[in-house]
Design a protein around this ligand. Structure first.
Ligand code: MGD
Ligand code: MGD
Ligand code: MO
Length: 764
C-alpha cells in the first residue's frame, strides 16, 4: 500500500549525526529504494514501473543523464533513479480540493519538502489577481490568460521562457520555435546554473560544448580523474562504469574537498560479489581546497611539460593552436602557490603526476565542483590544456567527460534552448519555417532575474523546474518574480515557484516520463539525449496521473496557436497530433539528426556526431583545438571565514526533497547542517552539535543570512564548509557568477558563523 504524505509541517529539523560511510550502494541501498518507492506507489506499481526504467522499450529514467550500457540488466536503475521515478509515479494527488483547502499564503509557509510530498498536480489552476486561492481553470481559458498578458507587452522581449532539463527533445524544439516566432531569444535554462561553464570552456577550446567520450571509452581508459563530482549520490550508475574500468586496469584519482563514500568503495547491487565485498574505486584521493582545481591542473601541466617525451608533440603540432603562449604560462606555475591554493602536499601532486605519465589514455570527468565558481571557465580550460598536452582528445579511452545533471539537459540545448543561439541554427530555422528569428541574444537565468527585478520582463513562463527554489539570492529572486504580471509553470509536482507568483499565476499540469502519451494519431513516444550524445526514445506506460493533463508538446502547440494565431504558418495542430512530424523537422534543422525517425526506431538509439571525438576535427575559430593561458585564480579567504559550497544530500533531486537523510555522510532526519573541518571548528569556537547562523559576506555589503544550522565536525578540506542547497541559496549573491558563463558561483560563498538556535523548518 502506498502511504499518505506527511501531515506535520513545518517539520522539526533535528539532525542526528553518525560516522560518514566509506562505501556506497549495496544492500542498504536496495532496502531504501523499495521503501521509498512503496510509500509513493504501492507494491505492484513499484515492481511494474521500476522494471521499465532505462530498458530499450521503456522510459528514460528522469533521474540523471548518465548513459545506459548496451547490455542491460533487468534492473537498470539505481537507488536515486528509483526515488526520482517514485516521485513521479506516486499515487498521491494535488487536486482542486487541495487548493480550496490551502490558500497560497498557507502554502507559502510550508516547506518545499512538504509541498513536493503532496503528490501529482491534476488540474490546470489559476490564481487571479488579488485572489487567495488557486482555482481550477479550463485549458482554453488558461491559454487565453497567457495570450492576453503577452499581447499587453510592449515587446516580446518582456517575456521569459525558462526550461528545466527534463523536457523531451520534441517539446524543447517546439518551445524554442514558439518563443522565436513570438520574437524573443529569452530562453534561459537550468544549464545556465549547471554546466554552462563547461559549455563555454569546451566550445572555445575544442569547438563543441559537449563531452568527447562514450561509455566504452571509460572501460578502456588507463586513468580516470573524477573532479568535483559526487557520483555515489548524483550519478550512481556511473559507479558501475568505474568498477568495470578498474577491473580492466584503470586507475582513478578523485579530486574533492570531501571524501565521498561512492568514490571510496562501491558495492555493486547487480552482482553477488559486489554486494559482499565491493570494489575500492579511488587509487589516489586529492583532498583539494574549494576552487583549487585550476592551480592543480596548471602545475600538473608544468610538470608534464618538464618531463622528457611526455608531450604528444605530433598531436600538438597537427591539431592545436596557442601552445607556445600556454606553455610559457604553465612553466611559470609555482609550487608554493599551488600548495597554498590546493591545500595538497608535494608528495600527493607528485604521485598524481606519476599516474598521469603512466597513462596512455586519460579521461577527466567533472560536475558542479568545477562549474560553479567565479573562475570555472578558466579551470575547465586548464583541464582541456591538460588533456591536449598528451593527445587525450579524439583517442579511444580518452577525453573530456562533463557529467550532466538533468536527464535531457544536453538534448534541450541541442534543440535550441539557448539564449545565445548560433547564427547557423537561426538560419536553419528561418529556412525551414519561413520566419525571421530574432538575432539579438536573450536573457540567461541571472539576467532574467535582473530583468524581472527591474521591471524589464513581465511574463515568466517555465517549462518544468522550480525557478524560485533553484536560483540564487532567494530574497532578491522572490521579490523579482513577484513583480511579474503573470507567472506560468508547466509542472508535475507542487513546488515553491507556485506560491511565489506574479500578479496572476497559472499552474499547467503535465505528463511525466513514466506516463502513456496518447494523441489523436495514436500513442506517442519522445526522445532524449544523454550525457554522452546518445539519442534514444522514451515511452511511458503508466496511466496518466489525471485525465486533465496535457503533454508538454501539446501545451506548447496549443499555446502557440492561441498566441501566434494566423501569423504562424507552422502546423502546430499536426505537430500535436503526431510527434514524428516534429522529428522530421528536427532532422532538417539540426545537424546529426538525418533520418531521425528511422534511426531512433533502433533499440538503444544512435550517437550524435562529435567532430573532435570522431575525426580529431576541431570546429573552433582557429580550426584547431585551442590551448589557453589564463592567469591562475583561486578564492581568497579572509581570516575567520569559511568558504561554503552548497551541494546535494543523498535524499534530494535538486529542489525536490525525497527525505531528510544523507546516508553516506551519516546525517539523519535533518537538512540544516553545516559540515566544518574539526580544526576550523576549534579555531572558530564552534562545538560539534552547536547551532549557528551562516552569514554571507559579499562586496555589496548586504547581509545574507541562513539561520539555524547544526554544526557537524566533518573531514572536509580545511577552510571549506558544506551545506545543502536550496536552503543555502539565500546566501549566493545574484551577481556572484562565473566569468564568461555567468553561472552562479554556488560552490564558493564566503561566510562567517554566528551563534544561532535550531530552526523549526527542515527544508525550505
Ligand atoms: N540523486 C540526485 N541525482 C542528481 C541530482 C540530485 O539532486 N540528486 N542532480 C542532478 C543535477 S541537475 C546535477 S547538475 C548533478 C550534480 O552532480 P554533482 O556535481 O555531483 O552534485 P553536487 O552535490 O553539487 O556535488 C558537487 C561535488 O563537487 C565537490 N566540490 C565542491 N567544490 C569543489 C571544488 O572546488 N573542487 C572540487 N574538485 N570539488 C568540489 C563536492 O564536494 C561534491 O562532491 O547531479 C544530477 N543527479
Ligand atoms: N545553491 C545552489 N543552487 C543550485 C545548484 C547548486 O548546486 N547549488 N545547482 C543548480 C543546478 S545544477 C540545477 S540543474 C538547477 C535545477 O533547477 P530546476 O531544474 O529548475 O529545478 P528542479 O528542482 O530540478 O525542478 C523540480 C521541479 O520540476 C518539475 N518537474 C519534474 N519533472 C517534470 C517533467 O517531466 N515535466 C515538467 N514540466 N516538470 C517537471 C516538478 O514540478 C518539480 O517540482 O539548480 C541550480 N541551483
Ligand atoms: Mo544541474
Amino acid at each position: 500500500m502506498a502511504t499518505k504524505p506527511p501531515k506535520g509541517d513545518p517539520v522539526q529539523d533535528a539532525p542526528q549525526v553518525a560516522e560518514p560511510k566509506h562505501a556506497a550502494a549495496g544492500l542498504p541501498a536496495i532496502g531504501h529504494t523499495l521503501r521509498i518507492a512503496q510509500q509513493q506507489m504501492g507494491l505492484k506499481r513499484t515492481a511494474l514501473t521500476l522494471l521499465r526504467v532505462n530498458q530499450k522499450d521503456g522510459f528514460d529514467c528522469p533521474g540523471c543523464a548518465w548513459p545506459e550500457p548496451d547490455h542491460r540488466h533487468a534492473a537498470e536503475f539505481c537507488e536515486n533513479g528509483a526515488k526520482a521515478v517514485a516521485e513521479e509515479a506516486t499515487l498521491r494527488r494535488v487536486t482542486p480540493e487541495f487548493f480550496a483547502a490551502h490558500s497560497v499564503a498557507d502554502l507559502h509557509h510550508r516547506s518545499g519538502y512538504w509541498l513536493g510530498q503532496q503528490g501529482r498536480l491534476t488540474h490546470p489552476m489559476y490564481l487571479a489577481e488579488g485572489a487567495e486561492h488557486y482555482e481550477p481553470v479550463s485549458w482554453e481559458r488558461a491559454f487565453d490568460i497567457i495570450g492576453e498578458e503577452i499581447e499587453a507587452l510592449s515587446s516580446p522581449d518582456e517575456a521569459v521562457f525558462y526550461t528545466s532539463g527534463r523536457t523531451s527533445n520534441e517539446a524543447a524544439f517546439l518551445y524554442q520555435l514558439f518563443a522565436r516566432e513570438l520574437g524573443t531569444n529569452n530562453l534561459p535554462d537550468c544549464s545556465n546554473m549547471c554546466h554552462e561553464s563547461s559549455g563555454s570552456a569546451l566550445t572555445e577550446t575544442i569547438g563543441i560544448g559537449k563531452g568527447s567520450v562514450h561509455l566504452e571509452d571509460l572501460y578502456k581508459a588507463d586513468l580516470i580523474i573524477v573532479a568535483g563530482q559526487n557520483p555515489g549520490t548524483n550519478h550512481p550508475r556511473m559507479l558501475s562504469a568505474l568498477e568495470k574500468a578498474k577491473a580492466n586496469g584503470a586507475r582513478i584519482i578523485s579530486v574533492n574537498p570531501l571524501p565521498e563514500a561512492g568514490l571510496e568503495r562501491f558495492k555493486n547491487p547487480q552482482t553477488p560479489q559486489g554486494m559482499l565485498r565491493g570494489a575500492a574505486l579511488t587509487d589516489l584521493f586529492l583532498q583539494i581546497r574549494i576552487g583549487g582545481d585550476q592551480a592543480l591542473f596548471r602545475l600538473l601541466n608544468k610538470l608534464v611539460l618538464e618531463t622528457e617525451g611526455a608531450v604528444d608533440e605530433e598531436f600538438v603540432r597537427e591539431h592545436t593552436h596557442g601552445y607556445e603562449e600556454f606553455a610559457k604560462a604553465a612553466r611559470a606555475a609555482d609550487w608554493d602557490e599551488t600548495l597554498a591554493a590546493t591545500g595538497l602536499t608535494r608528495a600527493e601532486i607528485e604521485q598524481a603526476l606519476g599516474m598521469v605519465l603512466a597513462s596512455e589514455r586519460t579521461i577527466v570527468c567533472w560536475a558542479m565542483g568545477l562549474t560553479q565558481h567565479k573562475h570555472s571557465v578558466p579551470t575547465i580550460r586548464e583541464v582541456v590544456n591538460f588533456l591536449l598536452l598528451r593527445g587525450n582528445i579524439g583517442r579511444t579511452g580518452a577525453g573530456v567527460c562533463p557529467v550532466r545533471g538533468h536527464s535531457n539537459v544536453q538534448g534541450d540545448r541541442t534543440m535550441g534552448i539557448f539564449e545565445r543561439p548560433a547564427p547557423a541554427f537561426l538560419d536553419a530555422l528561418e529556412a525551414e519555417f519561413g520566419f525571421a528569428p530574432p538575432r539579438e541574444h536573450g536573457f540567461d537565468v541571472v539576467r532574467a532575474i535582473e530583468a524581472l527585478r527591474d521591471g524589464e520582463a513581465k511574463v515568466f513562463f517555465a517549462m518544468g523546474g522550480n525557478f524560485v527554489g533553484a536560483t540564487p539570492d532567494t530574497n532578491v529572486t522572490e521579490a523579482a518574480v513577484r513583480r511579474a504580471r503573470l507567472t506560468v509553470h508547466v509542472s508535475t509536482k507542487l513546488n515553491r515557484s507556485h506560491v511565489v507568483t506574479g500578479a496572476r499565476a497559472l499552474i499547467l499540469p503535465t505528463l511525466g516520463r513514466t506516463e502513456r502519451d496518447l494523441q489523436s494519431s495514436g500513442e506517442q513516444f519522445v526522445t532524449v539525449e544523454d550525457s554522452m550524445g546518445m539519442v534514444h526514445a522514451s515511452r511511458g506506460r503508466l496511466e496518466p496521473a489525471s485525465a486533465h493533463l496535457l503533454s508538454e508538446p501539446a501545451i506548447v502547440c496549443r499555446l502557440a496557436r492561441r498566441v501566434l494565431g494566423a501569423d504562424s504558418r507552422t502546423p502546430w495542430e499536426e505537430f500535436e497530433k503526431d510527434y514524428a512530424t516534429v522529428r522530421d523537422r528536427i532532422a532538417r534543422v539540426i545537424p546529426g539528426f538525418d533520418d531521425f525517425n528511422a534511426r531512433v526506431a533502433h533499440p538503444g538509439g544512435f550517437a550524435l556526431p562529435h567532430a573532435p571525438r570522431d575525426e580529431r576535427r576541431f570546429p573552433t575559430a582557429t580550426g584547431k583545438a585551442n590551448f589557453t593561458a589564463a592567469p591562475v585564480e583561486y578564492p581568497e579567504l579572509p581570516e575567520g571565514r569559511l568558504l561554503l559550497q552548497t551541494l546535494r544530500s543523498h535524499d534530494q533531486y535538486n529542489t525536490t526533497i525525497y527525505g531528510l537523510d544523507d546516508r553516506y555522510r551519516g546525517i539523519k532526519n535533518g537538512r540544516r547542517v553545516v559540515l566544518v573541518n574539526p580544526e576550523d571548528a576549534r579555531r572558530l569556537g564552534v562545538a560539534d552539535g552547536s547551532y549557528v547562523d551562516l552569514v554571507g559576506e559579499w562586496k555589496d555589503g548586504v547581509e545574507r543570512r541562513a539561520p539555524g544550522f547544526r554544526v557537524v565536525h566533518y573531514p572536509t578540506a580545511p577552510g571549506c564548509a558544506a551545506a545543502y542547497y536550496p536552503e543555502t541559496n539565500v546566501l549566493v549573491p545574484l551577481d556572484a557568477t562565473a566569468d564568461t558563463s555567468n553561472t552562479p558561483a554556488s560552490k564558493s560563498v564566503v561566510i562567517r558563523l554566528e551563534a544561532g538556535v535550531p530552526h523549526p523548518r527542515a527544508a525550505v
